[in-house]
Design a protein around this ligand. Structure first.
Ligand SMILES: Cc1cc2nc3c(=O)[nH]c(=O)nc-3n(C[C@H](O)[C@H](O)[C@H](O)COP(=O)(O)OP(=O)(O)OC[C@H]3O[C@@H](n4cnc5c(N)ncnc54)[C@H](O)[C@@H]3O)c2cc1C
Length: 460
């Protein structure tokens, strides 16, 4: 592509256009997952909707592969593309809380922490994930589950409206009353339908939670897992627990005698009156063996949301595989134990997140996210700072997944997949809503301009 064409495009933007010779190129192309090393031709760091429209038109007109980047947190690095155009929304980070209508308007480059910070002042929150550094855009468009999901549903269940630049460069708003089919598709169909420039969410009451990690010796894990599979589905919806098999980080403030010990962790979060939260957590304490660490306590919601951020900074190597789970039989527990015993590095592990309560109250076809009747979403993650360990992370995660997958469903949460699982797994991630999504893909993006994602092919 000639320099004049690129220069003209750059001049049309209010934000920066970063090419391979730009001094910020090295930094700008970096992704959260350092295992993914992509070299885009151009990064358009959009300042506003006009920039996004210009970028979509430029990419389409010049036949460039296009990637859309929100928080840049995606596992397989689908927020970037080799030799193509990255539409980078990371500076579009405005947040406006509307306390009267109990909503929040969120720029497409926001992290979940940006939004939590703004809404917490008003005693409200949107149900996002369990970390504050994740991008709202990628998390929401593929579903979004976390501490508040049992009580208030997925992030998509709180999505009221989205502003979108479509593949033809036109700008539309999708809501229940305007382009309702597009809103349906955005609620779980990922980045397939256009570039979302802002989101309008419903907010929900949250202030202090009674929460934090309770850590057990790995030897106790089978008992804890068996207890968890019975207890969690019947717990009150304000009481969320996720289960992890991993290692105690060898760092303060963890007690030195437990550093690098393999463990089973329950991360609890009760969003209700604190005395009720304490009572609920005490019941867990009484039912289970003595933990080696128990840090469950009253804390602001924003504190539990940021609790694990320092352990997982940008720039680590990540490889992960997921599945939805309906039941957790003893044989599955045994398979988990066999592979948890072989954790390859200190940051690797496995988490099981609840998908029930308010999530299950939506009908399967109410939104594009169709897994309304599963119990859990599992992710196995191989993580380490050292690139030399990448093959070992992959091998461990794949072997672990092979062993437990027979007990799980065919599909996984799209945000817990890499990009090497093949078409049938991508289809399975969208489940029974795939055909309708493919029909809407044909309507909104017939040439599959937005294909750097867990891709839905336009229906024939
Ligand atoms: C450490 C860690 C913890 C996580 N915890 C959770 C969790 O608790 N709950 C949960 O649900 N998920 C969780 N995730 C998964 C997370 O939701 C995905 O990684 C998600 O893709 C991140 O979104 P992003 O905007 O940061 O990603 P990006 O890499 O910026 O984008 C990913 C994809 O989203 C699409 N996209 C992004 N922005 C837009 C836009 N504005 N318009 C259209 N499409 C867009 C594109 O297809 C893009 O390829 C976690 C991920 C990590 C790494």
């Amino acid at each position: 592509m000639n320099d004049e064409v690129i220069a003209k495009f750059g001049q049309s933007l209010r934000g920066a256009l970063i090419g391979r010779n730009h001094p910020e190129y090295g930094e700008a192309r970096k992704l959260y997952n350092a295992m993914i090393d992509k070299r885009p031709l151009l990064i358009a760091r959009c300042a506003d909707v006009a920039d996004v429209i210009a970028a979509v038109n430029f990419g389409r007109g010049n036949k460039l592969p296009i990637a859309i980047r929100g928080g840049g947190h995606n596992g397989p690095g689908l927020g970037s593309v080799n030799d193509g155009l990255v539409i980078d929304l990371s500076t579009m980070r405005g947040v406006r809380v509307d306390p009267k209508n109990r909503t929040v308007r969120v720029g497409a480059g926001c992290t979940t922490g940006d939004v939590d910070h703004a809404t917490q002042t008003f005693g409200r929150a949107v149900p996002f994930g369990v970390l504050s550094t994740t991008g709202v855009a990628g998390l929401t468009l593929s579903g979004g589950h976390g501490y508040l999901s049992r009580q208030y549903g997925l992030a998509v269940d709180s999505l009221l409206e989205a502003d979108v630049v479509l593949a033809d460069g036109s700008f539309v708003t999708a809501s229940e009353t305007e382009n309702a089919d597009l809103l349906w598709a955005l609620r779980g169909g990922g980045g397939n339908f256009g570039v979302v420039t802002s989101f309008l969410f419903k907010t929900h009451p949250v202030s202090m939670v009674y929460g934090g990690p309770i850590v057990f010796e790995l030897a106790e894990a089978p008992a804890v897992m068996r207890w968890f599979r019975e207890f969690q589905p019947n717990a009150p919806e304000e009481f969320y627990i996720f289960l992890g098999l991993q290692m105690v980080p060898p760092a303060d403030p963890f007690p030195k005698e437990h550093w690098s010990k393999k463990m089973c962790v329950l991360v609890v979060s009760h969003n209700g009156p604190l005395p009720e939260g304490e009572k609920a957590v005490n019941a867990v304490r009484e039912a289970l063996p003595k933990p080696i660490i128990d840090w469950a306590q009253p804390m602001p919601y924003t504190a539990i949301q940021t609790l694990f951020d320092p352990l997982l900074p940008k720039g680590l190597q990540w490889y992960w595989k997921g599945d939805f789970i309906k039941t957790l039989p003893d044989e599955a527990v045994e398979a988990h134990m066999a592979h948890a015993a072989k954790l390859p590095t200190g940051l690797s592990g496995m988490h099981i997140y609840p998908i029930d309560g308010a999530v299950q109250r939506q009908k399967r076809d109410a939104t594009a996210w169709g897994y309304r009747d599963v119990a859990w979403s599992m992710v196995i993650f191989g993580v380490d700072p050292d690139p030399a360990n990448a093959p070992a992370l992959k091998k461990w995660a794949r072997d672990y997944w092979e062993a437990v997958h027979p007990f799980n469903l065919a599909g996984a949460y799209a945000n817990f997949m890499m990009d090497d699982e093949g078409e049938s797994r991508v289809k399975a991630a969208y489940g029974e809503n795939y055909n309708r999504l493919a029909t809407l893909k044909r309507k909104f993006d017939p040439a599959n301009l937005f294909h750097v994602n867990q891709n839905i092919s336009p229906a024939a």
